[in-house]
Design a binder for this molecule. Structure first.
Ligand SMILES: NC(=O)c1ccc[n+]([C@@H]2O[C@H](COP(=O)([O-])OP(=O)(O)OC[C@H]3O[C@@H](n4cnc5c(N)ncnc54)[C@H](O)[C@@H]3O)[C@@H](O)[C@H]2O)c1
Length: 331
């Protein structure tokens, strides 16, 4: 099915990855139903507003949707009959910790509701966001790039809920042949990444554009993916209409934070970016993405240097046009 004849429904469209999914789908010419918990009238300062101009924002069909409401999810899917769904709505690690019941409602029940709606309405392709958060502490794993087959051993509720999503997908395939692809991003960077510690690489690029100092709060080796590439991989994975319940690691770049900072300084000698020493993230660092490479003809991957320069340029434009402030650097 060509992109132009596809109808995509996105959950979590106001989020970082959601915004980049919209950018890519508009470029593809797909029909888009973009949903999130609430949709403001003025979208110019939302995350999609960082990537879409006002005409493009107006071309998207926006619809508020709470994924915890099973009837609302099913009604919307049955009304719009999407051929494909990209399910990104979710609460991140700190929010699941602060409110475990709400975390489970959104991340677990919300995902069941999306699968149920896909089953009832014969959706052809479904991708959903899992996470490297399904894995446990690095010392639990062998010292090599982890494959899709390495055992999930989550040590926080977010990871437990994402693991429930992966197992939900397996049962929907086994019992009702609802095919899906679950993807496990790690440190996603790019415009729109503004919350949580792992947003610090994106914030560092914003700081460079603004001529401000910035301190990245972690170090060590990490797997990083640009949000534009992640969005493309979500769309492409839905478009292949996968027959099974695939769960795949993403890789793209594995770097030391020190290398990232050195690269930024090489590109922008005046940049004042530092990082916290001896404070690695509590997840394994390196992933083998042979699984997703086997599913897609090409896994989107922007080289790091190119991604950093285009992000700094993009942030500069956004700051100059007033669509973005440096407020997120302080949180
Ligand atoms: N960004 C990363 O580094 C990363 C890494 C691994 C996994 N993920 C997963 O990818 C997905 C998207 O990530 P993101 O960075 O775009 O997240 P984000 O936090 O920027 O966006 C999530 C969106 O979900 C929406 N949402 C929350 N509750 C909802 C509800 N009840 N109904 C409908 N929408 C609701 C929020 O309003 C928000 O717009 C998430 O599921 C996240 O867990 C992200």
């Amino acid at each position: 099915m060509s992109a132009a004849t596809s109808r995509f429904l996105i959950t979590g469209s106001m989020g970082c990855i959601g915004a980049w999914v919209l950018r890519n789908l508009l470029d593809d010419g797909a029909h888009i139903v973009a949903t999130d918990l609430s949709i403001p009238d003025d979208k110019s300062t939302t995350r999609p507003g960082l990537l879409l101009d006002n005409d493009e924002l107006a071309r998207v069909h926006w619809q508020s949707l709470d994924v915890t409401d099973a009837n609302a999810v099913n009604s919307l899917v049955s009304e719009h009959k999407p051929t494909h769904i990209v399910h990104l709505a979710g609460l991140q690690i700190p929010f699941c910790k602060a409110d475990p019941t709400m975390g489970a409602m959104v991340n677990v029940v919300g995902t069941v509701n999306v699968f149920e709606a896909a089953r009832n309405n014969n959706v052809r392709g479904l991708t959903y966001a899992s996470s490297v958060g399904v894995l446990g502490a690095p010392e639990l794993y062998p010292d090599r790039a982890l494959t899709d087959a390495d055992l999930p051993m989550p040590n926080n509720l977010y990871g437990v809920y994402k693991m429930a999503n992966e197992n939900t997908a397996k049962v929907y395939w086994q019992d009702w042949q609802v095919g899906s692809v679950g993807l496990r991003p790690y440190v996603v960077y790019g415009a729109g990444r503004d919350q949580g510690m792992t947003a610090d690489l994106a914030k560092a690029c914003l700081a460079v554009a603004a001529g401000k100092p910035f301190h990245i709060r972690f170090d060590g080796p990490v797997t990083v993916q640009h949000a534009n590439d992640v969005a493309r991989i979500f769309i492409d994975s839905a478009s292949v209409e996968y027959q099974g319940a695939g769960v795949f690691n993403l890789r793209n770049d594995v770097i030391e934070v020190a290398e990232f900072v050195a690269l930024v300084k090489e590109l922008y000698p005046d940049a004042n970016i530092t990082f916290e020493q001896n404070n690695p993230l509590p997840f394994p660092a390196d992933f083998d993405d042979a699984g997703i490479q086997g599913v897609l003809q090409r896994v989107a991957h922007t080289p790091l240097k190119k991604a950093i320069t285009s992000d700094v340029e993009h942030f500069t434009q956004l700051l100059n046009s007033g669509r973005l402030t440096t407020e997120s650097l302080n949180s």
